[in-house]
Design a protein around this ligand. Structure first.
Ligand code: GLU
Length: 502
């Protein structure tokens, strides 16, 4: 097939877009962009019973946030990219299949089918409405033409089923999994169309892919069992089928099975690109939890794809350049929440400092915290390498603006000693009356204190860090102390002194 690549992401608006869906969209997007093709969004809303309000909006906004621009789709000036807008089209197509004998009307009632199913189950068999028994059921193959006419002209409900060929071997091709062979007698005559004028997923999906000139169907592995039927529908229409590629599952962080929303709750990571609200409950997305769109894409891409070398860090542009279907893995990928934080930290380093500064200023303004504009650049420089989430910009810089409110008792226990009390009193005196007016040569002073109190440099640093930052971790202490006012330093030393003296 020499072709202009056209791929589609075809979600059903039955709830929020989850990260598995985002990964499918991403691989379609990357393949389109890599090949100067088109990335199409099609909303598969034929199942009105499962339709969830706001779901479409969540899909659009998630793709937008992630930076997966859609070339054709609803909401960008095109119509006909929502299946609900294409009902007449499906009607014409199903008539065609009935005329050519590849589909037929079926009139069996739901409870009749239910009864067949349970009878079979009792015998340990599975009821298949297919080539072997369709003649014994109520349909346009078993009934006479006049019976069929009369049912169709009455108000009775009917469905249209696909007429699966008997005794044939269906050969399906998947770009990742290779050839899959299926015995047609094991297949159901699937319902393609309902009397309410709605096509089922299988029918609408196939005729839309053909009509939209889709060249590659890249979708989740859960659709692999539908491939034989889809292949048969293409054959029935005498259409050339697109290439198919079914993406392996994303597995839970631990144990067996597919990643689920519950894993997100259990391990504390988001499962949606952006927040999803139902009633009073909000599930925060990657966006709200402080992940950058590019880091999220980078992480998602590596969940099932690799460039063939050990490069892991990719911007969106780099991903497009490096992407190829050959790099997709055959086996499932395990979701590792620690890994996404690692990617995020790396991508944050590529952000302009002004972006982080803006986030910090917003927070300070909201909380009414006073600050020296001039010091912000220095602060951002110091904390940037330590940021894993953009939402942590204040958490990681808080001590520049506010004195510690208290200490962890475990930390206090570690430092509680008569020597440390003496040491702190000494340090306090140094900061209270600096030798050179307002500046202190901290390194020299610590060396002096270490000598005087027969202790190590590191021990003094630990004491100072707890007093200034409120914990044993934080950016370079010498630079930190330069930013914090001398008055605040002495106040914090006294506060720790009090806590150690009690
Ligand atoms: N509407 C299907 C879904 O929600 C799309 C399957 C496909 O891509 O063919 O996953």
């Amino acid at each position: 097939m020499s072709e202009n690549v056209r791929v589609r992401f075809a979600p059903s608006p039955t709830g929020p877009l989850h990260i598995g869906g985002l990964r499918t969209a991403l691989f379609n997007y990357l393949y389109a962009k890599k090949n100067n093709g088109k990335f199409i969004l099609r909303i598969e809303d034929t199942d009105q019973k499962r339709y969830v309000k706001n779901s479409e909006e969540h899909i659009f906004n998630s793709l937008k946030w992630a930076g997966l621009e859609v070339d054709e789709g609803p909401n960008i000036g095109n119509t006909g990219y929502r299946q609900s807008e294409r009902k007449n089209f499906y009607k014409d197509r199903i008539s065609e299949l009935i005329k050519t004998g590849h589909a037929y009307y079926a009139f069996d009632k739901v409870d009749e089918l239910e009864a067949y199913r349970s009878e079979h189950a009792k015998r340990g068999e599975t009821f298949v409405y297919g080539p072997k028994n369709r003649k014994n059921l109520k349909n346009s193959i078993s009934l006479s033409d006049s019976e069929v006419e009369s049912i169709l002209s009455s108000e009775k409900e009917y469905v249209v089923r696909f007429k699966t060929p008997e005794n044939s071997r269906i050969i399906c091709n998947d770009l990742l999994k290779g050839t899959v062979k299926v015995d047609s007698n094991t297949l159901d005559d699937k319902v393609l169309y309902k009397s309410d004028g709605n096509p089922t997923y299988h029918f609408a999906n196939v005729v839309d892919d053909f009509d939209m000139k889709i060249t590659h169907v890249i979708r989740g592995e859960e659709w692999l069992p539908s491939l034989p039927l889809h292949t048969l529908i293409y054959d029935a229409f005498k259409w050339e089928a697109p290439h198919f590629l079914h993406l392996p599952l994303i597995l839970k962080p631990e144990g067996k099975g597919k990643l689920s929303k519950r894993d997100g709750v259990k391990f504390g990571f988001p499962v949606f690109p952006i927040s999803w609200v139902t009633g009073n409950e909000e599930s925060k997305g990657f966006k709200e939890c402080g992940y950058l769109p590019e880091a999220t894409l980078n992480f998602m891409a590596m969940l099932g794809w690799g460039p063939g070398n050990d490069q892991e860090f990719f911007t969106k542009t780099d991903l497009i350049k490096a992407f190829s279907l050959d790099g997709l893995n055959k086996s499932s990928a395990r979701f590792d929440p620690k890994k996404i934080t690692w990617f995020n930290q790396k991508h944050i380093q590529g952000l302009k400092n002004s972006v982080l500064k803006k986030l910090l200023v917003e927070h300070l303004d909201n909380e009414n915290i006073k600050f020296h504009e001039k010091k912000l650049d220095q602060i951002i420089n110091l904390i940037k390498p330590r940021l894993s989430l953009t939402t942590d910009v204040f958490k990681k810089s808080k001590f520049f603006f506010q004195d510690p409110l208290g200490f962890d008792q475990k930390d206090i226990k570690k430092l509680k000693s008569i020597e440390n009390v003496k040491l702190l009193k000494y340090l306090l005196s140094v900061f209270e009356s600096p030798a050179n007016g307002n500046s202190i040569d901290l390194k020299k002073e610590i060396e002096k204190a270490a000598l005087k109190h027969s202790t190590g440099f590191g021990k003094i640093m630990k004491l100072l860090r707890l007093a200034i930052v409120g914990s044993f971790s934080g950016p370079d202490l010498f630079e930190t102390i330069q930013i914090i006012e001398l008055k605040a330093v002495t106040r914090r030393l006294s506060f720790l002194l009090n806590s150690l003296s009690i």
